[in-house]
Design a protein around this ligand. Structure first.
Ligand code: FO1
Length: 313
């Protein structure tokens, strides 16, 4: 039995987890998922990262976008648009049922972690998928255009604004969701998924207690670089590295993770950075292909990362 806790954002983390549950017992995996991207849309509670991870592991995800359901229609959204309602966030007709279910349960007083547990069990998943907190936590992005709610920045304005700072509204008083601390404490390995360090991982670490549990278990933590050859596989990570004054490379990410992780998983493209990263950060660098294009590459990345994290030097 190898217990693995994964700090997870959206698409990159979901793909990593899809490999991981094929190389260890799914029930030994706990995905601790970012909720800083959550928002209220037309009165419904949307948890994009929880849904991206869930849909991916259930093999329901839209493979082109990496989020939303495969084979979706958008009739409700079209009608909503005709009525003058909010139409910039692409909610599909079947995805809508997820948001109705979640909002209904939350309105009845159930915590997000319990709703997520029931939802994932219902669609047949054996791994644990949990929000990092049941409390309200919202990423707010400071840009030239002012402070923007996360999805305003990310979807409505297409992540086009330069990011000057981020804050995580509600983080100070948030508590880890039930099971989160125990999953980190009892894990044989903790993986920081190839997610955006600022938009996905930082909100998780901002929940009091989480960062300390990761740093105090540093010897079993592996971080996978989301940057390959100076570019993000998906999303604005490279732009944010630049605008916040970091090196736009895997080295820049490694510096950010130095106090959290003992192992840094670097793509083959960046092999030349390995010795600098090791010398500067004290992390052990593992070089392997990190681009997850199919099931085989996802599994290889998951098993390589795990092997490195379990091999305590
Ligand atoms: N991403 C987009 O770029 N455009 C959208 O309209 C959009 C809608 C959407 C609906 C439900 C959902 O679960 C995710 C959705 N996403 C959309 C993805 C989401 O905004 C981001 O991928 C994450 O928040 C970042 O991890």
């Amino acid at each position: 039995m190898t217990r693995v806790a994964v700090l997870a954002g959206g698409v990159g983390a979901a793909r990593f987890l899809d490999g991981l549950v094929r190389v260890v017992e799914p029930s030994d995996v706990t995905a601790i998922v970012n909720v800083g991207d959550d928002m209220e849309w037309a009165g419904l509670h949307i948890s994009p990262d929880l849904d991206t991870v869930t849909y991916t592991l259930a093999d329901l995800v839209n493979p082109e976008t990496g989020w939303g359901l495969r084979g979706e229609s958008r009739r409700t959204l079209e009608r909503l648009s005709e009525l003058g309602g909010p139409d910039w966030f692409m909610i599909g007709d079947l995805d809508l049922a997820t948001h109705l279910y979640r909002t209904h349960r939350l309105t009845q007083g159930d915590p997000l972690s319990a709703v997520t547990r029931d939802f994932t069990a219902r669609i047949g998943l054996e791994c644990v998928i949990t929000p990092v907190t049941d409390d309200r936590l919202r990423t707010v992005v400071r840009t030239d255009a002012g402070e923007l709610a996360f999805q305003d920045y990310f979807v409505r304005r297409r992540a086009a604004d330069s990011v000057h700072a981020l804050r995580f509204d509600g983080a100070d008083s948030a508590k880890p969701a039930p099971g989160v601390e125990e999953a980190l404490r009892s894990a044989d390995a903790i993986v920081i998924a190839p997610s955006n360090p600022f938009l996905s991982i930082d909100p998780l670490l901002s929940v009091p207690g989480v960062r300390d549990l990761v740093t105090s278990n540093r010897s079993k933590v592996a971080a996978v670089s989301p940057i390959i050859g100076g570019q993000a596989v998906k999303g604005p990570a490279a732009d944010i590295l630049q605008s916040l004054g970091h090196d736009v490379s895997a080295l820049g990410v490694a510096r950010i993770y130095a106090e959290l992780a003992d192992i840094f998983v670097l793509d083959e493209t960046d092999a030349a950075l390995a010795s600098t990263i090791e010398a500067e950060t004290g992390m052990r660098v593992v070089v392997m292909p990190t681009l997850m294009t199919d099931v085989e590459t996802k599994m290889a990345l998951a098993s390589g990362t795990l092997e490195a994290a379990l091999d305590v030097a």
